[in-house]
Design a binder for this molecule. Structure first.
Ligand SMILES: [Zn+2]
Length: 119
């Protein structure tokens, strides 16, 4: 029981640290130090793996899931909306792969909204 509590506490600290690392990465990128940003991403990933903590959702789009390079729209990545497939497409300039983030939820909400207006 105590052990489980301890583990949770550790995970909490781990996710806080990951948040700090991601915001540091952001800062470095804006300062033009992409290499440092990549290093911070790497550290955050390592912490996540060690403590079995997922990467916070807000940061999922800030790095490439294939090569883990920091993604800065227009500089290290290209962001496109694919309206016919209802998704955001982010292409990494480092490895050339594309990630897809569906925005099904938003589309569903809009549909619901429309229905509500009709009734
Ligand atoms: Zn990549």
């Amino acid at each position: 029981m105590v052990r489980r509590k301890e583990k949770r506490k550790q995970q909490e600290i781990a996710s806080q640290r990951m948040g700090i690392l991601f915001s540091l990465a952001e800062k470095e990128v804006l300062g033009g130090n992409l290499k440092w940003a990549d290093r911070y991403i790497e550290l955050a990933r390592k912490i996540g793996m060690k403590y079995n903590v997922r990467i916070p959702k807000v940061y999922k789009r800030s790095f490439c899931k294939y090569c883990y390079h920091y993604l800065l729209p227009g500089v290290t990545s290209r962001v496109r909306l694919n309206s016919s497939r209802h998704r955001v497409e982010i292409r990494c300039f480092n490895c050339g792969k594309t990630m897809f983030f569906p925005y099904v939820r938003e589309v569903k909400e809009r549909r619901r909204e429309r229905r509500r207006k009709k009734n």
